[in-house]
Ligand binder design. Structure first.
Ligand SMILES: Cc1ncc(COP(=O)(O)O)c(C=O)c1O
Length: 459
């Protein structure tokens, strides 16, 4: 009997939400339906998705920053197809694969000074988990520090570094000795470091949940304090790395020289899961410190040929197409256009970001009718206004966005780094129209709130 993916997809297209309700995550399938995101996508290319009726959507989620190159980049596709056609000997395990060595070499070339040892794994949480283990092995210290609002993954170890209680609820107790401190509070940091029992301080140089940016002097001074007290600085670049903020690594904005960097998401070119933990040789070697411990930390699919090829092709494209520089220039245009809306719409509290990682934060309106609508929505669920804006952008403008985290009245934009002026104009026009509509109590934005409040109250 023949088996082709094309045939299978043609036969079963349209059943996805029913299948997910049956076999995967019914709650998520329901939420997609409630917020009007239950589309049947048929194709993706560049910055766009198309549904099965041929409607086009501008994708400002980028798979949570997986598609920095856009979808279906031909060079990444070609690299993967070549590896398949060559029948490359992937995952021999008892060898040292060439492509892993080449990708490590390319990554090291792009790192701050001194980061010259690479460990490959499969996901962002894997990379962070590796960083934590390496830090403990290198320092022989037990504790970790992380920032309020931080997000470093959802495995049991990375959850212990999660600054949002919504994610932790139901899974405690977590690892002990992992403590949160407030961003920009250097005194709190030094108070913790002084005991010399902290293995590592982990930061997202710009936080993914909320797009919170530290004040300019914070990270350099935090790095200095870490050095003084023998604590390693980990920059988690899983979301903000790979050019997203207009530099290859976000920590370059502050000329940081961290001890460990984690990368994932876009490194696989939007095709193959892969992550890398890049560190100083002495830190790496503290884990693999004897011949009989040469595999004491390892993961089965790390270094697989498809992932390594995707990584090599992705780095090549970022450089050849100057996408990091492009993220900086297009980001400035988008940020400027959205910031101009802040002056016109009272509910926009702030527009911030770097490169193509941008947040729009909302605040309660002053006018009486709108204020009442806002209060009712927020009483049912915090951040519900941002969700209404996201729903409206999708329904009326076919623009995919996201609320930046639980309980936040913040929308986050993560467009592919390939966007052009026309997409920037589309985004600004769509926001303009939705904010104008949100200024009318009886308008289409608030019209959906009753339904949403009902669902929120029903849990
Ligand atoms: C900064 C950061 N670290 C780690 C992770 C976890 O990555 P993954 O979902 O691939 O495990 C994420 C995911 O969004 C992230 O944003």
């Amino acid at each position: 009997m023949s088996f082709t993916m094309a045939q299978l997809i043609e036969q079963r297209q349209g059943e996805q939400y029913a299948l997910h309700k049956l076999y995967i995550n019914p709650a998520l399938a329901r939420v997609q339906a409630i917020i009007g995101f239950d589309k049947i996508y048929a194709r993706g290319e560049g910055c766009y998705l198309w549904d099965s009726d041929g409607n086009r959507y501008l994708d400002l989620l980028s798979g949570f920053s997986v598609f920095n190159l856009g979808r279906g980049h031909p060079l990444v596709k070609q690299a993967i197809q070549e590896v398949l056609a060559l029948d490359r000997p992937s995952l021999v395990k008892m060898d040292c694969p060439l492509l892993a060595g080449l990708l490590a070499e390319e990554l090291v070339r792009r790192m701050p000074p001194g980061l010259d040892a690479v460990f490959f794994a499969n996901s962002g949480a894997d990379a962070v988990d590796t960083a934590l283990k390496f830090a403990r092995a290198a320092t022989r210290r037990p504790r970790m520090l992380y920032l309020d609002h931080a997000f470093h993954g959802l495995t049991l170890s990375t959850l212990a570094l999660n600054g949002g209680k919504q994610f932790r609820q139901g899974f405690e107790p977590l690892m002990c000795g992992f403590d949160a401190i407030a961003m920009d509070d250097l005194r709190a940091l030094e108070d913790r470091l002084r005991h010399k029992d902290v293995a590592a301080f982990i930061v997202e140089p710009i936080q993914g949940k909320g797009v919170y940016i530290p004040s300019d002097g914070y990270l350099p001074e935090a790095q200095r304090l870490c050095r003084e007290y023998g604590t390693l600085l980990i920059c988690d670049e899983v979301q903000v790395g790979m050019g997203r903020t207009g530099r290859f690594l976000c920590c370059e904005h502050w000329n940081l020289e961290p001890d460990i960097v984690t990368l994932s998401k876009s490194l696989g070119g939007g095709y193959i899961p892969v992550s890398a933990t890049i560190t100083r040789r002495r830190i790496h070697d503290a884990t693999f410190n004897r011949l009989d411990r040469c595999q004491v930390h390892s993961t089965t699919f790390g270094q697989n040929e498809l992932a390594m090829a995707a990584g090599l092709a992705t780095l090549h494209v970022l450089q050849e197409e100057r996408l990091v520089e492009r993220a900086a220039t297009m980001g400035e245009k988008l940020l400027g256009g959205l910031a101009a809306l802040r002056d016109r719409y009272e509910m926009i509290a702030d527009v911030r970001g770097k490169g193509l990682m941008i947040a729009i934060e909302f605040k309660p309106p002053r006018s009486l009718g709108l204020h009442a609508a806002w209060t009712a929505a927020e009483a049912a669920q915090k951040g519900l206004f941002a969700q209404l804006v996201v729903m409206n952008l999708m329904r009326e403008h076919h623009v995919l966005t996201q609320v930046s985290g639980p309980d936040l009245n913040i929308i986050k934009l993560l467009p592919p780094l390939i966007i052009e002026d026309k997409e920037v104009e589309m985004i600004i026009a769509a926001f303009d129209a939705v904010m104008a509509e949100a200024g009318k109590v009886g308008g289409r934005v608030w019209g959906q709130s009753v339904q949403l409040i009902k669902h929120a109250l029903a849990g």
